[in-house]
Design a protein around this ligand. Structure first.
Ligand SMILES: NC(=O)c1ccc[n+]([C@@H]2O[C@H](COP(=O)([O-])OP(=O)(O)OC[C@H]3O[C@@H](n4cnc5c(N)ncnc54)[C@H](O)[C@@H]3O)[C@@H](O)[C@H]2O)c1
Ligand SMILES: [Zn+2]
Ligand SMILES: [Zn+2]
Length: 338
């Protein structure tokens, strides 16, 4: 079968590889779509993602497809089911797994990071991380349930309430997901700060954002105004902007990821006098069912945000930043016909 293999750091090659064998507790999936994100950028460049990837490896931790074969011990899905895969596989044995915080697992492995993922005609995953897709959700939308679930996990770490006014900083795909999700979780007003006029306008016109700020063009985000602030960029400047926008007694979700050694400045009196909660968020435990329900109910609409459909050849242009403004790119492997 054909696969896009990371054969070395910064080297992606289309290769013929063997179709994987299925263990008793595993599922073989005929791939439909595989999303691509900043984690793939990092893994391509030899940096850690959720965990380390060692070439040769088939990337593709965001994916959807149709079950082609199941191992003898599998009971939750059958051949022909449309599915999506939570890439993160927790050990179930470490302190974090056994205290309800599996995302902090000391022995994390992941489909498309430590074992072959969705940039191939077929891939396998343990049945425990395979989820059926509701009939009214497309395979294309389902291929981004993994990043949706990261945002859902972030929101579940907050105390959200309808009275709150939220600010999302970041007009990338994650920021755009937060715009819709914060409203789906009941928050009555969401504002958005970004740098791309068209995306800011689209989120205001189609997705319920009240106020937009293009901070590259001189718009100023109001200080000490918001009850919830979500930082979804990962730069010191936007992290500092997030603290400044927070009102007293509120929560700041630091969702964006900077470089491994990046730092930002924080005034201790801000934290003390404003009694801020600064909440980190890592990956997406126990969130796939919520994400699929949000897609199926129409509370979340992702296809308008999915700007690029790539093939294996154009993935190289993506990781080298040659595609211009990308909201979300997915690789069409076998598409809706998978
Ligand atoms: N915590 C998690 O589990 C998790 C999961 C997925 C992604 N992330 C992180 O979330 C962040 C956003 O991811 P993404 O895929 O949306 O975007 P991205 O990493 O593709 O791009 C960053 C986005 O930020 C916007 N931006 C740049 N400068 C800005 C500024 N000054 N103000 C406002 N917006 C600005 C850009 O328009 C761009 O779309 C990244 O840092 C990513 O690593 C975290
Ligand atoms: Zn991803
Ligand atoms: Zn563990």
């Amino acid at each position: 079968m054909e696969a896009l293999v990371l054969t070395d750091i910064k080297k992606l090659e289309v290769k013929e590889i063997d179709r994987p064998n299925v263990l008793p507790d595993e599922v073989l999936i005929h791939t439909a779509f595989a999303g691509i994100c900043g984690t793939d950028h990092a893994l391509y460049a030899g940096l850690p993602g959720s965990t380390d990837a060692v070439p040769p490896i088939v990337l593709g931790h965001e994916n959807s497809g149709v079950v082609a074969e199941v191992g003898d011990a599998v009971t939750n899905v059958k051949v022909g089911d449309r599915v999506t895969v939570d890439p993160n596989i927790y050990c179930g044995q470490c302190k974090f797994c056994r205290t309800g915080r599996p995302e902090l697992c000391e022995n994390l492995s992941a489909v498309g990071v430590t074992r072959d993922g969705g940039f191939a005609d077929y891939f396998t995953a343990p049945a425990s991380v395979v989820y059926q897709i509701p009939d009214n959700v497309s395979l294309k939308s389902a291929s981004v349930v993994e990043p949706i679930s990261c945002a859902v996990h972030g929101i579940k770490l907050l105390k959200v309430s309808p009275y709150q006014k939220a600010l999302v900083i970041g007009d990338g795909f994650m920021g755009e997901l937060f715009v819709q999700l914060l409203q789906a979780y009941g928050i009555h007003q969401v504002d958005l700060a970004g740098i791309v006029d068209e995306k800011l306008a689209m989120n205001k016109e189609q997705f319920g954002v009240k106020n937009i700020f293009n901070t590259n063009k001189g718009d100023v985000v109001p200080a000490e105004e918001y009850d919830v602030v979500v930082e979804a960029v990962g730069m010191p400047q936007t992290q500092e902007e997030a603290i400044a926008a927070a009102a007293r007694g509120v929560q700041v979700l630091m969702f964006g990821v900077g470089g491994p050694d990046a730092k930002f400045e924080m005034n201790t009196y801000d934290i003390f006098q404003k009694q801020l909660t600064i909440q980190g968020s890592f990956i997406n435990p126990n969130s796939f069912e919520d994400s699929l329900a949000l897609l199926s109910s129409g509370k979340l609409n992702v296809e308008p945000l999915m700007s690029h459909e790539l093939d294996y050849k154009t993935v190289d242009d993506f990781v080298n930043g040659k595609l211009g403004v990308v909201s979300k790119a997915v690789v069409k492997v076998n598409g809706e016909e998978a």
